[in-house]
Design a protein around this ligand. Structure first.
Ligand SMILES: Nc1ncnc2c1ncn2[C@@H]1O[C@H](COP(=O)(O)OP(=O)(O)OP(=O)(O)O)[C@@H](O)[C@H]1O
Length: 464
């Protein structure tokens, strides 16, 4: 008996129906959930004569096989499973279960006790349906569905982003030193990459150095290199980033965290166009374009004595503030869709954001900016089974990040791994301290270096 699929109850639109085969009366209870999940169902009441039916069944192509365990022999199920391209669900009581326990223990099919819990069955069928759709799409390229302005690696169409693109285009054509500032995770490194890409240095290397992540005693050598034997541990000659990058672009990230002694040396290098390796006696000219970045307000950093005023003036011949995500309006939604599309492409899924999710994303204040948005979307994509709704989004309580009473508490959802919990902890601490990494490191009892290596891992994951 053939039953066409009923109108699916899910919001997801079906483009084609997948087939399901019910064998035996005890499994007839699955008919309705199967139809509602979009399967075209064929039900065979009696035990099929496999040898006679097999050729026809094989022609059905991929099929979900639902078997009444009490009415069908394990040998027949085994033969059907071995021959058909199928997913297997067995339904029955505990007596029948013992006959199939060995088969199921080997990972063949799934056993649902009778009567199966319909809510669970519907969800399971939906998952199976989605997997089948994904399998049928395999190899077909996912359409890029996100329409957004793009400048180099930067995406966004909001007015503040478009203003920034215009400025960056001009900055790219000049060789003046550019100082980029903005909150953590706003995309400062991408801004530097964009300027590099549009500049005359674009065909040369781009290298970034994080001044806060290098032990003080090594900063100078990392920047300018060292001669063999210039200090204990200098067992070989080492090229610094100024030399390695050649005619490319050099990003000095977290410039305000650079030790003062090195700030003096850097100023001299920028003014003279020449540097000297540690332990060296020869001056080398450099041709790289220099860009500096910080997630502090550089004017404030000068006032508080973190950044030398003379160096700041040299570094900020051009200055750009990267807008925080909360100032970018609809870009939040468009970026979210872009990130969902990237996740889909990497994982061969097809998720969409529901309207309530988009509203929640728009209303959130994004203390961790685009990096946080990526993490939120990535987690939601990983855990959502169908489309992503507001409850799927791991957004921290508004009051927590906005400075309410609950600021001191962080909620870690059940099921999070230790790594994910660590990430939540670090990010909430960053939000609490307005991106001040030293305070975060102090707060969490870890070194700045460890903090940076964690943040780097999160941003690597984001870029993947
Ligand atoms: N406009 C954008 N379009 C697409 N992706 C973006 C955009 N801005 C940032 N990202 C992504 O967000 C993440 C953080 O960006 P990035 O590392 O450039 O931020 P940052 O401001 O330099 O962070 P930090 O202050 O911690 O150094 C990266 O994965 C980056 O690819």
């Amino acid at each position: 008996m053939y039953y066409p699929p009923k109108q699916p109850v899910m919001e997801r639109k079906r483009t084609m129906a997948y087939k399901a085969l019910i064998l035996g009366e005890d499994a007839a209870g699955l008919l309705q959930p199967l139809q509602e999940a979009g399967f075209a169902v064929e039900a065979i009441a009696g035990v099929p004569d496999c040898t006679a039916e097999m050729a026809r069944l094989e022609k059905m192509g991929p099929v979900l096989l639902c078997v009444a365990a009490r009415q069908v022999e394990p040998a027949i199920v085994s033969q059907l499973h071995g021959t058909l391209d199928c997913e297997l669900i067995l339904v029955g009581d505990h007596k029948a279960q013992s006959r199939f326990a060995g088969l199921v223990a080997r990972g063949i099919g799934m056993y649902l006790r009778q009567p199966p819990e319909l809510k669970y069955v519907s969800e399971l069928l939906e998952d199976i349906h989605q997997d089948a759709e994904a399998a049928s799409r395999k190899g077909k390229a996912r359409q890029q569905t996100v329409a957004m302005d793009q400048f180099g690696p930067l995406y966004g169409s909001s007015a503040p982003m478009q203003d920034m693109y215009r400025f960056l285009r001009r900055a790219a054509s000049s060789d003046a030193v550019l100082c980029i500032h903005g909150e953590s995770g706003t995309g400062k490194e991408l801004v530097a990459q964009a300027v590099h890409a549009y500049s005359a240095h674009g065909a040369e290397p781009f290298e970034a150095i994080n001044c806060a992540a290098i032990p003080t005693e090594l900063v100078e050598s990392e920047l300018f290199g060292h001669e063999k034997g210039s200090f204990s541990g200098a067992v070989a000659e080492h090229l610094g980033i100024f030399e390695r990058v050649g005619q490319g672009t050099l990003l000095l990230d977290e410039i305000t965290e650079m030790p003062h002694g090195i700030q003096v040396k850097l100023l001299r290098v920028l003014e003279s166009g020449q540097f000297r390796r540690v332990g060296g006696e020869v001056d080398h000219s450099y041709q790289a374009r220099v860009i500096a970045a910080t997630n502090r307000d550089p004017h404030e950093a000068v006032r508080s004595g973190l950044l030398r005023e003379d160096l700041f003036y040299r570094l900020s011949q051009l200055e750009v503030r990267v807008p925080p995500l909360r100032e970018r309006g609809q870009d939040i939604v468009a970026l979210s869709r872009l990130f969902v599309a990237r996740f889909d492409e990497a994982n061969d899924r097809r998720l969409t954001l529901k309207k309530d999710a988009e509203r929640a994303l728009l209303n959130y204040h994004w203390p961790g900016n685009v990096r946080q948005l990526w993490n939120v979307i990535q987690k939601a994509c990983t855990t959502a089974r169908r489309d992503i709704g507001a409850p799927d989004l791991p957004l921290e309580d508004d009051s927590a990040a906005a400075g309410g009473d609950s600021q001191d508490s962080v909620s870690i959802p059940a099921g999070f791994t230790l790594r994910q919990a660590e990430e939540v902890l670090i990010k909430s601490s960053l939000a609490r301290h307005g991106g001040d990494k030293q305070r975060v490191a102090d707060d969490l009892g870890i070194s700045l270096r460890t903090l940076y290596s964690r943040l780097e891992r999160y941003s690597d994951n984001a870029a993947r």
